[in-house]
Ligand binder design. Structure first.
Ligand SMILES: Cc1cc2nc3c(=O)[nH]c(=O)nc-3n(C[C@H](O)[C@H](O)[C@H](O)COP(=O)(O)OP(=O)(O)OC[C@H]3O[C@@H](n4cnc5c(N)ncnc54)[C@H](O)[C@@H]3O)c2cc1C
Length: 407
């Protein structure tokens, strides 16, 4: 063993590469934290990183500190005070839309409103139908989670869901029901529940205070102020999402489900829709083209063959290859696709902001060192035209059952 300081070039590379998944863990510990007095404390010795020559460097551009800020944010999340409510005096029940199996920003706004209504005595209950892939219920402000995964409520099943919600109503007698007034589920479910309960709901509510609620009316031209009823269908941005507490997410069960009468709706499953018409914010699979796309006809053909919704970088839009409403990024649409396939896109920070919450990112690019490749879960290095053509050939072969021959 020698006392000489040994360098680890790989760790140093990760520490410099702010897009590497392990980047945050390689940053100096605790550059800043909130002290007991509530003031932010900074450790000047923790700033900076070891440069290639072993000397300490401080990056004044702020890019390197991004990692430590990110780490500080993660730490802050871990240290958020835990809100526990043992014996709730009443319940506020929220039925989130869970688009794509995750809490949408609209859902989170409702939980923010629910927490305001619950105060320190009530409990916020989330009723979640079907499979989901959400892991941040605690920081969204959920005290109790009622997860109904029964086959009966899978897919489009408003009648069965309303029956379940009536059972929840009988069990918990909530002080308020909060349901997103959205086209993607909550709008219809909330109105059906209101009809079943025989209660008049407040719709398109965007503000609630002192027992009064304000809802949009007259085609969005007027505000309707009324006493807040029990059933509230709330608009997006009705409140700020929860940001400063963690909640227990204690699981609860439904005791008695009063299922009676056959469903009058026959769910024949999902109908194929034209992916080109799907709004990008709702698309699950996006094929996005940038300045590295050389053959746009081939790009459109690939999108059709793959059944993907088309997106684009700002350069592709500015150059007139794609319409403005297809731009992904900070000044375009922020997307939440399950798969984001980026063809010839370098991964500028403004573009990466727009795909931050995508599940899987695949990059097709000639430059193995570009930021999009660093961000991607899978990268294919090569010419976009050749790779798109190979992709189309493979999909064709797969459709004809000859995938082995195509390989
Ligand atoms: C205020 C502001 C806001 C902005 N907002 C946005 C935004 O919302 N969205 C957005 O996208 N941009 C935005 N931009 C622009 C952004 O900074 C980048 O300029 C832009 O994203 C780059 O687009 P690109 O990746 O398609 O092009 P380039 O940066 O030119 O990258 C092209 C990529 O294609 C690769 N390539 C080249 N030829 C081939 C080939 N034959 N096969 C495969 N790969 C190839 C290259 O290696 C390169 O990685 C914004 C900029 C500003 C200043």
């Amino acid at each position: 063993m020698t006392d000489s300081l040994r360098r680890d070039p790989r760790s140093e590379w990760i520490a410099r590469n702010r897009l590497h998944p392990l980047h945050a863990s390689m940053q100096p510990l605790e550059a800043s934290w909130v002290g007991l007095s509530g003031l932010i404390r900074k450790n000047p010795h923790a700033l900076g990183f070891a440069g290639p020559n072993g000397l300490k460097r401080i990056d004044r551009s702020g890019a390197q500190q991004g990692g430590s800020r990110q780490r500080a944010r993660v730490d802050a999340a871990v240290q958020l005070p835990l809100h526990i409510i043992e014996q709730p005096a009443f319940h506020i029940v929220v039925v989130p839309d869970m688009i794509g199996g995750r809490l949408s920003s609209h859902d989170k706004d409702l939980f923010g409103l629910a927490n305001t209504l619950a105060g320190s005595e009530g409990a916020v209950v989330a009723v979640v139908f079907g499979e989901h892939k959400e892991s941040a219920f605690d920081t969204a402000g959920i005290d109790r989670l009622l997860h109904i995964s029964s086959e009966a409520v899978a897919g489009y099943s408003p009648e069965q869901r309303v029956m379940m919600l009536r059972a929840v109503d009988a069990q918990l007698a909530p002080r308020h029901w909060l349901i997103p007034d959205s086209r993607t589920g909550g709008g219809e479910l909330g109105r059906r529940l209101a009809a079943k309960l025989g209660e008049r709901p407040a719709t398109r509510v965007w503000q609630m205070a002192d027992g009064q609620c304000v809802g949009r009316a007259g085609g969005g031209q007027q505000d309707l102020v009324r006493r807040a009823p029990r059933l509230i269908l709330a608009a997006a941005e009705c409140a700020d999402p929860v940001g400063d507490t963690r909640h227990e997410v204690r699981a609860i069960e439904l005791e008695d489900v009063l299922v009676h009468g056959a469903a009058r709706l026959d769910n024949r499953g999902a109908v194929a829709v034209d992916p080109a018409l799907t709004p990008m914010a709702e698309a699950e699979f996006i094929l996005s083209g940038g300045n590295g796309v050389r053959d746009w006809d081939l790009f459109h053909q690939a999108a059709r063959e793959l059944g993907a919704t088309e997106g684009a970088s700002r350069v592709a839009v500015d150059d007139g290859f794609m319409p403005r409403d297809r731009q992904v990024g900070a000044t375009g649409t922020w997307v939440t696709a399950r798969v984001y396939l980026a063809v010839g896109i370098s991964g500028a920070v403004q573009h990466l902001q727009g795909i931050a919450t995508c599940d899987k990112v695949v990059a097709i690019n000639q430059d193995a060192g570009c930021d999009m490749v660093k961000r991607a879960d899978l990268a294919v290095i090569g010419d976009s035209t050749a790779i798109l053509q190979a992709l189309i050939d493979r999909v064709d072969a797969l459709r004809q059952g000859g995938i082995r021959d195509a390989a």
